[in-house]
Design a protein around this ligand. Structure first.
Ligand code: NAD
Ligand code: MG
Length: 360
């Protein structure tokens, strides 16, 4: 059996750990490189006999020497951009969990993929679901795509009620266990905003044909509405094992230990529109996406600054959206021609956000 060699970036995170569990079950999958931001990787590397290991530093140098068949990018934040572009440029299969890289570098990523000609397999559950429901059907048969959102821990609450929520409140996600940054993003709905932009670049649809709907139990991961009035949905228990395994074993759809949906147990599916006034980051992301250029990059950068400040106790929950809005208003947003210009746009937006933070 041919072995698929995987470079796992963000190996110590929530996605990283679940990916390792998937690899352990499949003899045809092997880890060839591991990277983390600051957590030691020594024992993990020993356990999986991985030769190429890196803590912090330049991810593309690691990838150059490891020569993986698949890059699983499970780094959090803009730090994942270079690895995404590296894989796309070279036509190395990219299993992408790091949504921030596609949000910030969408245009550059598409151009790199065109040159590289490799596969881009989404790991984000909604996008994996859409990828599966679309299955290369012609776009002209598609009416729209629908991203589902759990609504997070504060679903149904008003702005007034969210004035004094704590970090602990925001980290108590009802349906998913994830790293702290994406968990806060799920509480503000910035996560769904990032996913909206991610979907735009992945599937090539204009923003008006990408809908967001709340589905509190996270059983319906996404839907594709076709022009004949039918829609295909992807359903299952919320478990990242499924999209991770799908991407790592594509197109074979290997077995996993995730249980089948128990439909007779009384599954109820409720849908509602998101509250865009209370969770304004979703609307801001849509606007940034529609403006294009480096506005999505600025949205992401400001959001990263704001979420870090919130997690550090330096910013109230509702001020996350305010900080992003102010940064977007001040950002110049002109397109980035290359990675250097993108890194510049990211740094500029961070500086604007830090300045807002200092006076807030
Ligand atoms: P996490 O915080 O649990 O893990 C992040 C990982 O990235 C850690 O291993 C950390 O060491 C590493 N890292 C951070 N900075 C780095 C750097 N500069 N260089 C190398 N490694 C670095 O995060 P997570 O929940 O696993 O999420 C990872 C990514 O996947 C995020 O982009 C998130 O939005 C996306 N995602 C996560 C889930 C989920 O269920 N956790 C679902 C969908 C998408
Ligand atoms: Mg998701």
């Amino acid at each position: 059996m041919p072995v698929t060699r995987i470079a796992l970036l963000g190996a110590t995170g929530s996605i990283g750990e679940q990916a390792i569990a998937v690899v352990e079950r499949r003899p045809e999958l092997e880890l060839c490189a591991l990277a983390s931001g600051s957590t030691d990787l020594q024992s993990l590397a020993m356990a999986h006999r991985v030769r190429h290991v890196q803590v912090g530093g330049n991810l593309t140098e690691l990838l150059e020497v490891a020569e993986p068949d698949i890059v699983l990018n499970a780094v959090v934040g803009f730090a994942g951009v270079e690895a995404t572009l590296w894989a796309l440029e070279r036509g190395v299969t990219l299993a992408l969990a790091n949504k921030e890289s596609l949000v910030a570098a969408g245009e550059l990523a598409l151009r790199a993929q065109e040159r590289g000609g490799g596969l881009l397999l989404p790991v984000d559950s909604e996008h994996s679901a859409l990828f599966q429901c679309l299955e290369n059907r012609p776009l002209e048969t598609v009416d729209s795509i629908v991203l589902t959102a759990s609504g997070g821990p504060f679903r149904g609450q008003t702005r007034e009620e969210l004035g004094d929520v704590t970090v602990e409140d925001a980290l108590a996600h009802p349906t998913w266990r994830m790293g702290p940054k994406i968990t806060v993003d799920s509480a503000t709905l910035a996560n769904k905003g990032l996913e909206l932009i991610e979907a735009h670049f992945l599937f090539g649809l204009p923003y008006e044909r990408i809908e967001v709907v709340v589905q509190p139990t996270s059983v319906v991961h996404a839907l594709v509405r076709y022009r004949d009035g039918g829609a295909l949905a992807h359903v299952g228990y919320p478990d990242m094992t499924v999209p991770i395994s799908y991407a790592l074993t594509y197109p074979h759809r290997a077995a996993t230990a995730v249980p089948a949906l128990d439909l007779a147990a009384g599954l109820t599916l409720e849908f509602s529109a998101p509250d865009l006034e209370t969770f304004s980051l979703l609307a801001l992301a849509r606007r940034a996406g529609e403006l294009g250029g480096t506005f999505p990059c600025a949205f992401n950068a400001a959001n990263e600054v704001a979420v870090n400040a919130f997690l550090a106790g330096r910013l109230p929950f509702l001020a996350i959206a305010e900080l992003v809005e102010e940064t977007l208003a001040a950002a110049d947003g002109s397109p980035a021609g290359d990675l250097h210009e993108l890194v510049q746009a990211d740094a500029d937006a961070r500086r604007l956000a830090e300045r807002e933070l200092a006076v807030s």
